[in-house]
Structures are given as C-alpha cells and as structure tokens.
Design a protein around this ligand. Structure first.
Ligand code: SF4
Length: 153
C-alpha cells in the first residue's frame, strides 16, 4: 500500500513553525520528517521533534491517568479513570482554596503545544477565574513582552 503523505507544521510554540511531512499507512504514521521544499525551514526539525514517532508509539507512553500509591520515586502507580482523576484534583483544589485561598494554587506551565488554545486562551481564563497565583509563565526562556500580553479574564 502507498503511504498517504500529509503536510503539516510543528505544533510546538516556537517561532520556527517547521514544515513537517508525515507518511501514513493503514491509519498509522510510518515516517515523519522535515519538509525539504519548505521555503523557510527547508527540511529542518530540531532534536526534540525529529523522533516524534518514537514518542507517539513508545510502549511506555502515558495514555491514561495514574495515581501515585507509594513514596515519590518508588514507581508505584495505580491506573485510574479520567473521571476519578478530575474528581480527585477538583476535591484537592477545593480543599486548598477553602483552607488557604485560591492563590495557594500555582499553575506551573508554559506553552507546550497548541499555542494559543493552551497557552493564552483556555488555561489563562481558567486560572484567572479561579483566582490562582500568577506565574511569569516563562519556564524555559525569558519573555521580552509584558505579562499583560497573556492576561485575559
Ligand atoms: S521542530 Fe523544533 S525548531 Fe522546528 S518549530 Fe518545532 S520545536 Fe521549533
């Protein structure tokens, strides 16, 4: 069977937005590489993204929530459902807010993938509404623009 060739772009929040090529056979990606004829990125993918298929199909890829059931570092985990995970997080946050206030919760994240949806739209509104502490949100590099550029209510 001939692989379908799908052109895309790297989803990471990075100004390069490297052009990608994914070859798909029978619903499974079989090859992933930089788009050589892309005018700007010319086939480049950084070391973080080049082995994407190894991440996607790795047998130990985390596919569902796990609850730690032993001391940190023990590697003892119990599989739980998404509903259980959401309920547990919600209960713990409600307890923290009741005891200490919402600012006792510090969202620790940066952009990850999906750019605007993850970084500055959904999560920012959620954390602002909750009243959580604010972070400069620049974990892996200093920002050159002001905090107000990512604030929304
Ligand atoms: S492949 Fe690497 S360098 Fe290119 S956009 Fe993605 S994260 Fe940036």
């Amino acid at each position: 069977m001939t692989a379908a060739v799908i052109l895309g772009a790297c989803p990471h929040d990075c100004p390069d937005t490297c052009g990608t090529v994914t070859e798909v056979e029978d619903g499974r990606a079989v090859a992933f590489y930089g788009q050589v004829d892309h005018e700007i990125t010319q086939g480049w993918l950084c070391g973080k993204v080049r082995p994407y298929l190894e991440h996607v199909y790795h047998p130990e890829r985390l596919m569902y929530p796990l609850r730690r059931v032993g001391p940190k570092g023990s590697g003892l985990w119990q599989r739980i459902t998404w509903e259980e995970a959401a309920a547990e997080i919600s209960d713990r946050w409600k307890g923290i807010i009741e005891d200490l206030g919402a600012e006792a919760i510090l969202p620790y994240s940066y952009s990850g993938t999906l750019g605007l949806v993850q970084m500055t739209v959904s999560s920012a509104r959620f954390w602002n509404r909750l009243g959580a502490s604010q972070l400069q949100r620049s974990i892996c590099g200093a920002k050159i623009y002001s905090l107000s550029s990512t604030s929304c209510t």
